[in-house]
Design a protein around this ligand. Structure first.
Ligand code: AHM
Ligand code: MG
Length: 406
């Protein structure tokens, strides 16, 4: 019934509106969102109708964004590349358990952080790198799986794809990959910054250290605080593939319709519940956490916390999956610092900052306990950061406990 309704409306609408709303006339208005401090004022398309059969694709959404914000047109090219890479990675993750697959197991290499690289880490890193390079819009890339950032503008000057170098991308191509052989959800996390075009190197005139310094300046383009993020997204490879993004004016969720081969808008303008009763930590580390956090979590366990609710525990051990559930159902996800790892485990640049941007744009909070994660200026690419993020009231309870302890 719904199917025929969608089709009828699609036929009746102009071709440009063919993917629009099933239940109401197509909606295309714009909304000025003055969101959190340091995030952008953008015009966002209001596409808040979800059709059960066709719907608004990610491509269509990005085109709408570009129509309303012409300065973001080049970003649509980048998102086209990420869209394709996520679909390619979906297939790889799915096929990785088949006997014929060569993507199982370890690569035999250790990455810069001393972790064994799985073959899928390496392959998915290549997939994303290639997809982004061929947009011609990339300046510098930094990845969990690369020792140092890659300067695409200055190393691939004559290549057809090194066109403008407008953006910097930071990414974790397959977060949670240690779980992949057990069929546990994994994800890709990506953050996009503006590229400082003044970093272009002058190969003709620079010499020795001068060239090295110029190159360093270019690479340091990746070392920007989360408040400079232009966009952030994650893909979650699970029961479905989900693509969740923010451009600084709300968080939008898409689901891969495998029959269409398209990401279709499924969660417009996501809002995390303000309070909850779910917590998601590696609780084996509880005894090593800071006192204020230990105290709050104890209250949640006992039902003596601020909300008086007794919390349940849900922990996948895959950040993208844990954060996605937290966004949808509410709750708190954290990987706090502890006495062994004072800055926790998660990386600021390509895990902490992009996920915090998405969380904040859905109405949540992301903190170290004492600082807003988005405001931390990274000093090096693989820097770690303590993270506690999620429902506003519950995270405020944590921040209050830290403040009271100071
Ligand atoms: P990875 O980037 O090496 O895959 O590690 C990150 C993952 C996160 O997805 C997850 O939150 C965390 O590591 C789980 O760590 P632990 O096993 O210590 O609980
Ligand atoms: Mg990771």
């Amino acid at each position: 019934m719904k199917f025929s309704l969608c089709v009828l409306i699609a036929v009746a609408a102009s071709s440009a509106d063919a993917f629009m709303a099933p239940k109401a006339p197509a909606v295309r208005t714009s909304l000025n969102v003055a969101s959190l401090e340091n995030t952008r004022v953008l015009k966002v398309p209001v596409l808040d109708e979800v059709c059960e059969t066709t719907g608004v694709t990610l491509k269509r959404y990005m085109n709408e964004v570009a129509m309303l914000n012409p300065e973001l047109t080049e970003l649509t090219v980048l998102f086209g590349a990420i869209d394709t890479a996520c679909k390619a990675i979906t297939n790889m993750v799915k096929r990785s358990q088949l006997p014929s697959s060569e993507t199982l197991g370890y690569q035999g290499e250790v990455n810069i952080q001393g972790e064994d690289q799985k073959k899928l880490d390496v392959i998915t890193n290549e997939v994303l790198k290639r997809a982004l390079r061929f947009t011609g819009k990339m300046g510098v890339l930094a990845s969990e799986e690369e020792d140092v950032p890659l300067d695409l503008v200055n190393t691939e000057k004559d290549a057809i794809f090194a066109d403008t170098g407008k953006y910097v991308a930071v990414f974790d191509p397959l977060d949670g990959s240690s779980n992949v052989d057990a069929g546990i959800p994994t994800g890709t996390i990506i953050g996009i910054y503006d590229h400082d075009e003044n970093c272009a190197m002058d190969d003709e005139s620079c010499e020795g250290d001068e060239c090295a310094q110029q190159e360093l300046n270019c690479l340091s383009n990746t070392l920007q605080a989360g408040t400079n993020l232009v966009a952030a997204a994650y893909c979650l490879y699970s029961s479905s593939t989900f693509f969740v993004l923010t451009l600084g004016a709300g968080t939008y969720g898409f689901t891969l319709d495998e029959n269409l081969g398209e990401f279709v808008l499924s969660d417009p303008n996501m809002k995390i519940p303000e309070t909850s009763s779910i917590m998601s930590f590696n609780e084996a580390n509880t005894h090593m956490w800071d006192e204020p956090l230990q105290k709050v979590v104890k209250g949640w366990r006992d039902g003596t916390g601020k909300s008086g609710q007794q919390f349940s525990s849900r922990y996948i051990g895959s950040m993208v999956g844990d954060v996605h559930r937290t966004l949808l159902y509410g709750g708190v996800f954290g990987y706090p610092g502890d006495t062994k790892n004072v800055n926790g485990k998660l990386r600021l640049l390509y895990e902490g900052a992009p996920m915090s941007f998405i969380m904040e744009q859905a109405g949540g909070i992301s903190t170290t306990g004492t600082k807003r994660v988005m405001e931390i200026q990274p000093e090096y690419v693989h820097q770690r950061v303590p993270i506690i993020m999620g429902s506003k009231n519950d995270i405020e309870e944590v921040m209050e406990a830290y403040a009271a302890a100071e």
